[in-house]
Write a protein that binds this ligand. Structure first.
Ligand code: HEM
Ligand SMILES: *[C@@H]1O[C@H](CO)[C@@H](O)[C@H](O)[C@H]1NC(C)=O
Ligand SMILES: *[C@@H]1O[C@H](CO)[C@@H](O)[C@H](O)[C@H]1NC(C)=O
Length: 488
């Protein structure tokens, strides 16, 4: 059986290689004839590697960051390469990232593999461009905006408390625990606090099956992860339809994200803007965008704080003051409390920079585009390299040092892009930060923790996280914090 799959895989690769070689040769011929058709512009420097495979093997055979960094050293801020059948232009400067994501965003559309689009839902906002995207984005931003978040603080706090309580006295993978936390926060953001536990459990179980298939080889043979994931996705749509039907019957759409999407109206003010199908795709899309991202960053934060006892002590000082303001944790945290955590906030920013869990993003040029005298041909992929920018000593001195104090001064424009930039920038960024602030508050004021086993290796899941998701033993510790002056 395994051999059969391997055989099929090899056949497919060979066919793809032939197909792309033919295309490659044709393109070369066209270029030869249409001399000067691009106004004499040249392609960016760089190497394209082998037909079809391009430089994919070089990228995956080493730490991908080494690949990008060595390219940048050799060629500068813009260079071409070829990955999995696609010619790409990589961009490693703040200026180029702004060009693609902000000023010329209309010339670069989002691009994802078709199989992933089908898995998340083709109507989810990150696959779109133009009017549909803009309208949807307003709705999502509204439901994740300051007013909504203010009201959400108690739910986020309750979720954080129960995550930590379930971990107390045990060894758990930090990433695993944080995934559960960010899923639960996603659920309260989307459905409010009142989703019946049965529905929540059904969503969680089916969603986890979808997730397992997301990075598997796409095929529709029964029994494969991809097949199971597509089936679970259908069941998720079923659960979401039930929830929407129930809300309509009650006549209360709700003010949460689901409610915002359900109440949206087209220009005539009467017809619904979105079908239930489109709403479901977007709900699954938000869960997807919210979970592993936030969980990966939180995992790094637990590690960074652990590895720097002095910094941890300073954060503990700051949070002890907040704890006193909440009467030793007897009163709930408020939005205002979360705005008084200056050092903790800088720790979060520095963790986002250091870990750069979204190392780059993809766009596709919708026309031939000129950038600084270079041609980016229509149809080529374009990759702004966030991590390269975040680790460039020109913008962040001593970039490999974890130093939250660097954020006492705002970073230069377009040099700090953990949440992207422009029309597709992350609408969940304030929610993610809120979640991190509340987690750190309860973690450092109520608990101690130690890392179990190795901790300097990294795995990709698909975002970088410490090996095995950072197994940590955590225990409750409610000795009053000593009030010696902090030493950041
Ligand atoms: C630390 C956690 C997070 C990080 C680092 C992060 C990062 C990003 C980045 C870099 C993008 C832009 C991608 C691109 O331009 O190609 C993005 C988009 C997006 N994020 Fe996040 N995100 C996080 C958490 C969240 C959360 C909690 C939510 C929702 C509750 C969310 C929802 C979205 C959505 C819906 C988009 C697509 C926006 C669009 O295409 O218009 N993210 N995120
Ligand atoms: C998935 O959703 C269905 C409802 O459509 C539910 O019956 C089932 O228990 C859920 N869980 C799993 C693991 O499939
Ligand atoms: C921690 O606090 C709880 C209740 O607030 C108390 O019962 C317990 O004895 C305390 N533990 C320590 C080690 O102080």
């Amino acid at each position: 059986m395994a051999f059969f799959f391997f055989f099929v895989l090899v056949c497919i690769l060979i066919l793809l290689a032939i197909a792309s070689y033919v295309r490659f040769a044709r393109r070369r011929k066209e270029k030869g004839q249409g001399h000067g058709g691009y106004g004499g512009l040249k392609l960016p420097p760089g190497s394209m590697g082998w037909p079809y495979l391009g430089e994919t093997l070089q990228l995956y055979s080493q730490d991908p960051n080494i690949f990008f960094t060595s390219k940048q050293k050799r060629y500068g801020e813009i260079f071409k390469t070829h990955l999995l059948g696609c010619p790409c232009v990589m961009l490693a400067s703040p200026e180029a990232a702004r060009f693609v994501l902000v000023t010329q965003a209309h010339l670069f559309k989002p691009t994802y593999p078709r199989s992933k689009e089908r898995m998340i839902g083709p109507s989810a906002l990150f696959f779109h461009q133009g009017d549909y995207h803009l309208r949807l984005r307003k709705l999502v931003q509204g439901a994740l905006g300051p007013d909504a978040l203010r009201a959400l603080v108690p739910e986020v706090e309750a979720t954080v408390r129960s995550t930590l309580a379930a971990w107390d006295g045990r060894v758990m993978s930090t990433f695993h625990a944080m995934k559960r936390l960010s899923f639960d926060v996603g659920i309260v953001t989307i459905f409010g606090g009142g989703l019946p536990p049965r529905w929540k459990a059904e969503l969680r179980k089916n969603y986890s099956i979808v997730e397992k298939g997301y990075n598997s080889f796409p095929n529709s043979l029964p029994g494969t992860l991809y097949y199971k994931a597509m089936q679970a996705r259908r069941r998720l749509h079923g659960v979401l339809s039930d929830i929407m039907r129930e809300r309509r019957e009650r006549g209360e759409p709700g003010s949460d994200l689901l409610g915002c999407l359900m109440q949206s109206r087209a220009d005539d003010g009467v017809a619904p803007l979105l079908t239930d199908e489109q709403i479901a795709d977007n709900i699954i899309g938000v869960l997807f965008a919210a979970q592993d991202t936030t969980a990966s960053v939180l995992t790094w934060i637990v590690k960074y704080l652990h590895d720097q006892p002095k910094l941890l002590e300073a954060v503990r000082q700051e949070q002890a003051a907040v704890r006193e303001a909440t009467d030793g944790g007897r009163r709930p945290l408020t939005w205002a409390h979360t705005r008084s955590m200056a050092l903790t906030h800088r720790v979060i920013l520095e963790s986002l920079r250091m870990a750069s869990i979204i190392s780059f993003t993809f766009r596709e040029a919708v026309a031939d585009v000129e950038y600084k005298g270079f041609l980016i041909p229509k149809g080529w992929k374009v990759m702004p390299l966030f991590r390269n920018i975040h680790h460039n000593p020109d913008y962040f001195q001593d970039p490999h040092k974890f130093d939250p104090s660097r954020f006492q001064v705002a970073p230069r424009p377009n040099t700090f892009l953990p949440f992207g930039n422009g029309v597709h920038a992350c609408p969940g960024n304030e929610l993610a930060k809120l979640e991190m602030l509340v987690l750190i508050h309860h973690l450092v004021t109520g608990y101690r923790w130690e890392i179990v086993g190795s901790r300097d290796e990294v795995e990709y899941s698909p975002f970088p996280v410490p090996k095995h998701g950072l197994p940590v033993r955590l225990w409750r510790e409610n000795r009053t914090v000593d009030r010696t002056p902090p030493c950041e």
